[in-house]
Design a protein around this ligand. Sequence first.
Ligand SMILES: Nc1ncnc2c1ncn2[C@@H]1O[C@H](COP(=O)(O)OP(=O)(O)OP(=O)(O)O)[C@@H](O)[C@H]1O
Ligand SMILES: Nc1ncnc2c1ncn2[C@@H]1O[C@H](COP(=O)(O)OP(=O)(O)OP(=O)(O)O)[C@@H](O)[C@H]1O
Ligand SMILES: [Mg+2]
Ligand SMILES: [Mg+2]
Lengths: 256, 256
Amino acid sequence: MRVWAISNQKGGVGKTTTTVALGSLMAESGKRTLLIDMDPHASLSGYIGVESAAHGSVYDLFGIGGNPLPVRTLVHATQWDRLSVLPASAAMITLDRQIGTRPGMGLVLTHALAELAPDFDHVLLDCPPTLGVLMVNALAASDRLLVPTQTEALALAGLERMLRSLSMIERSRGKPMLRTIVPTLYDARTHASRACLAQLREQYGDAVSEAVIPTDTQIREASAAGVPLASWPAARRGGLAYRRLLDELLALPVSS
Amino acid sequence: MRVWAISNQKGGVGKTTTTVALGSLMAESGKRTLLIDMDPHASLSGYIGVESAAHGSVYDLFGIGGNPLPVRTLVHATQWDRLSVLPASAAMITLDRQIGTRPGMGLVLTHALAELAPDFDHVLLDCPPTLGVLMVNALAASDRLLVPTQTEALALAGLERMLRSLSMIERSRGKPMLRTIVPTLYDARTHASRACLAQLREQYGDAVSEAVIPTDTQIREASAAGVPLASWPAARRGGLAYRRLLDELLALPVSS
Ligand SMILES: Nc1ncnc2c1ncn2[C@@H]1O[C@H](COP(=O)(O)OP(=O)(O)OP(=O)(O)O)[C@@H](O)[C@H]1O
Ligand SMILES: Nc1ncnc2c1ncn2[C@@H]1O[C@H](COP(=O)(O)OP(=O)(O)OP(=O)(O)O)[C@@H](O)[C@H]1O
Ligand SMILES: [Mg+2]
Ligand SMILES: [Mg+2]
C-alpha cells in the first residue's frame, strides 16, 4: 500500500482536484484506492457525495471524549469501482485546540492505516490549507508528498514559506519526506504562467513533475457534477495531464 | 474606527486580494487604513512586502512564552500613504495547539485594536482558510464579516458548510455578526458562473453584495508586482468592481 499526501498551505491551488483525479485514475486502472478527506471544510467529501453526518469521519479516529472508532467502520464505497472514501467533518476544526500539546497524537492516522494495509493499493490524503495536527498526521503516514502549486508569482513566494514551515514539522517524522511539486492551473498563453513554470524548474529542479496540469474548464464542470475526472471524458486536456502525472509518480521510488 | 474581517474556509477565493484592494482604495480616498495579516501563510505580508522577520507579527500579540508586545510596535507604514500593515509569521501555525482550551484568548485582538482606535479609520483582517483561534479573534474584533465566494458550484456547497461552522463560533461573540457575501472570480461568459451567481442571490438575498468582482488578469499582475489595486490603473474592470463594492459597504449599517 502506498500513501500519498496532497498538501499546500496556499488555498485554491487544486489539492482536492488532484486527489480526486489521481485517485479515480488509479481505481480505473484496477487499483483499490482510498481517498481520505483531512480538510474540516470537507471539499472532497462534498465533491464525491459522501457526507460525514451519516457515516462518521476522520475526527472519530482521534477518540476525543470517548473511544476512537475502528477505521473500517468509517470507510465507504462510492459508485465508482475500487474507489472508497473516508469523509471529513466540521468537528475537525476543533482538533488542534482539543489536542493541544498532548503527546502521541501525531501517529493516529499511521496506526489506523496500518489496519487497512491489506485492503488498499493506494491511499490519498487531501489536506487542508494549514499545517496543524491533521497535517502532522498526514506527513507521518505518507510515503510521498505532492504539492500542487499554481503557476503564478505569489504562489511561488508562498511555496518557499510553506516548504520552510514543513521542514519544521517533518523533524517529528525522523526521516526526510519525498516531495513532488506539481504545477497546476497552468495557462501557456500567458507570459506570467510560462515565467513562473520556468522559475519553478530552475529553483526546484527534479522535485518538479514533468507533467504540468493546464487550466481546463471541464475540470470545474466535472467537480460541479460530482464526477471524478476518470469518468468525465470531456476533460480531455486535464485528463491527459493527470494520466501523465500518474505514470510519472508510479515510476518514482517509494520511501525506504 | 471600523473593523472588517475577510474570511472563507475555502481557499483561493480572493480573500487576500479583496483585503488589499479595499484597503488601498480606502487609503486612496483619505482614510487611515490598517491591514492585518491573520494568515500564518502570510500571503498579504508577502504581497505588500512587509515581512515579519524584521518586525514581529500578530503572533507577538498573544504573549506565548513571554509578555505580549505592544501592538503599536508591530504596525508598519508602507510606501503607500495612509496604508499600514501588521504582518503575519509562520509561528502562528502553532497558536491553536499552544493555546489549547485556555480561556480568554479569543479577545486578544479586540484588546489590541482598542489601543489603535485613535490612529485608524479602517482596519481590515485578512483571515486564513481555517476557523481556529485566529478566526475567533477576528470575529470578536470585527463589525462586519466579508465572505468572498467564488462563483462556482463546489464553492456554493462549501459556503453553506462554512456559514454553519461560523455560527458555532459566533455564539462566543454574544451578538450576531453582520455579513456580506462578495461574489468573486466571476466570468460572465460561462453558464456555470452565471448560474452560480443567480443561485447565490436566490439563496442569500440581500446578504450578497450588488457589486460582483470579475476575473481580471490584471489583478493577478498587480499582486505579482506587489502593487495594491488602487495604484494599478491597468486593472480597469477589477478596480471598478472593487470601487463599487467599497461604496456599497460604506453605506451599510455598522453593528451596534
Ligand atoms: N486544472 C484546473 N483547471 C480548471 N479549474 C481547476 C483546475 N484545478 C482546479 N480547478 C478549480 O479551481 C478551484 C480550486 O480547486 P480545489 O478546490 O481543488 O483547490 P484546493 O487547493 O483543494 O482548495 P482548498 O485550499 O480550499 O482546499 C475549484 O473550483 C476547481 O474546480
Ligand atoms: N478577480 C480576480 N481576477 C483574477 N485573479 C484573481 C482575482 N481575485 C484573485 N485572483 C487570483 O487568484 C489567486 C487567489 O487569490 P487570493 O490569494 O487573494 O485568494 P485567498 O482566498 O486569499 O487564498 P488563501 O485561501 O490561500 O488565503 C491569486 O493568484 C490572485 O491573484
Ligand atoms: Mg481542497
Ligand atoms: Mg489569502
